[in-house]
Design a protein around this ligand. Structure first.
Ligand code: FMN
Ligand code: SF4
Ligand code: SF4
Length: 379
């Protein structure tokens, strides 16, 4: 697991995520046994959706009786979830539960009973009319105050909170993401529908939360597209078969070992997200850097100061033969450059280590960009 931490740098609930691949929930299908069978190539397993209060448990019965959907049915959610969780006790997969409920207290009750070993995912995604009528799923996206209250109720139990959303349902996904950040969410799990990576980049540019990209991610190319536009992990539901998971896991492990930063952004001028500031040069020309700085509210002077301070005392500080006298202004290794490559070599670094240092620089800059939590508008 030490290798996995060095490779991906992902920790949730104080546990190393061994690969940036999650199984996304499918009601009536994804339970402990399903995740366990795919444990070798899974970082997080979101079991469920599980209904956790009277209105949603009744909605699940109605759906199952109609024959249109499979559902998990039980009398006591705590007992059922506890038994699923026990199946993953010895596994390396970090467990998550996708939960359908309508009241903050229902979510808090489950967290109280199951403790902090689990990721609690609020299902704000389901669009089945009976679930929505029960006040859960997509209904929460239309009632951000209730959704915010559910996030806060879970955070009061000191647990990790994910919110599963479907892009394009809330009037403004950027504002929704900011509201969820302010309310205390840790993870946004986004079904991108047909919006693709541009929507993901918009959300990446809005919040510093862990982002999981979802929908039709079945090939390594599509996975890489998501990771290079802001995703920390990708998730699969319908295609979460062992063969597909194994292929994605092998692809991303190889890529991370070769490149040094498994989810490195594209450069800003090639459609990259805010993390790409790590590859930007000094603001001396007309290019997307200047409008990006003004959008995130950082002056040119602050950008210069911030970047130079972040690399002080690190190998990226050097680089007298490069365009701007320091590797902190240098481009991604995928952009060919003899001067950067010679400097990196003279410093005794591999290209992989250079990219790892660029990731550290990006992390430091992201902390500054998102220094101020927005006011909680859902409270
Ligand atoms: C049969 C089925 C049941 C689903 N149940 C849930 C659910 O309970 N909660 C939820 O958040 N998403 C649910 N989803 C949505 C999936 O998690 C996922 O967002 C969607 O299928 C798109 O991802 P994919 O292309 O990897 O399948 C369900 C999807 C399917 C096909
Ligand atoms: S500073 Fe360089 S890398 Fe950044 S947007 Fe401008 S041209 Fe592209
Ligand atoms: S030296 Fe090369 S990598 Fe560095 S800023 Fe100039 S062109 Fe980019």
């Amino acid at each position: 697991m030490k290798d996995a931490f060095e490779r991906f740098g992902l920790l949730i609930n104080d546990r190393v995520i061994k690969t940036p691949i999650a199984i996304a929930s499918m009601a009536g299908i994804i339970d402990g046994a399903y995740v366990l069978q795919r444990a070798e190539h899974t970082g997080i397993g979101f079991m469920g959706g599980y209904s956790i209060d009277r209105p949603t448990m009744e909605a699940a019965r109605t759906l199952a009786a109609s024959g249109s959907r499979r559902e998990f049915l039980y009398e006591d959610p705590v007992e059922e979830l506890g038994s699923q969780l026990r199946q993953l006790e010895k596994s390396t997969v970090v467990p998550g539960f996708n939960l359908r409920g309508s009241e903050p207290a229902s979510f808090a009750g489950i967290a109280e009973a199951l403790g902090d070993r689990v990721v609690y995912e609020i299902d704000a995604h389901c669009r089945q009319p009976v679930m929505v009528a029960a006040g859960s799923g997509e209904s929460l996206l239309k009632n951000p105050e209730t959704l915010g209250a559910v996030v806060r109720a879970l955070k009061e139990k000191d647990v990790t909170v994910s919110v599963k959303i479907r892009a394009g349902v809330a009037p403004d996904d950027h504002r929704l993401a900011r509201k969820l950040w302010a309310a205390g969410a840790d993870i946004l799990h986004i079904d991108l529908m047909d919006f693709g990576s541009a929507k993901l980049r918009q959300i990446r540019n809005s919040v510093p939360l862990i982002l999981i990209a979802n929908n039709s991610i079945t090939t390594f190319d599509r996975m890489k597209e998501m990771l290079s536009h802001g995703a920390d992990l990708v998730s699969l539901a319908r295609s979460s078969d062992e063969k597909t998971l194994a292929a994605l896991d092998a692809g991303i492990t190889h890529y991370a070992d070769e490149e040094g930063w498994y989810n490195a952004p594209k450069q800003l001028c090639r459609g990259g997200d805010v993390r790409a500031l790590t590859f930007c040069c000094m603001p001396v020309k007309e290019c997307p850097l200047i409008p990006t700085l003004s959008r995130i509210g950082i002056s040119k002077e602050e950008y210069l100061r911030l970047k130079m301070a972040a690399v002080r005392g690190t190998p990226l500080e050097g680089g007298s033969q490069t365009c701007f006298g320091s590797l902190c202004w240098c481009c991604k290794t995928s952009s060919p450059c003899m001067f950067r490559d010679i400097t990196v070599k003279q410093l005794g670094l591999s290209k992989r280590e250079y990219m790892r240092l660029k990731r550290e620089l990006s992390d430091a800059m992201i902390c500054e960009v998102f220094r101020e939590l927005p006011p909680d508008e859902t409270g």
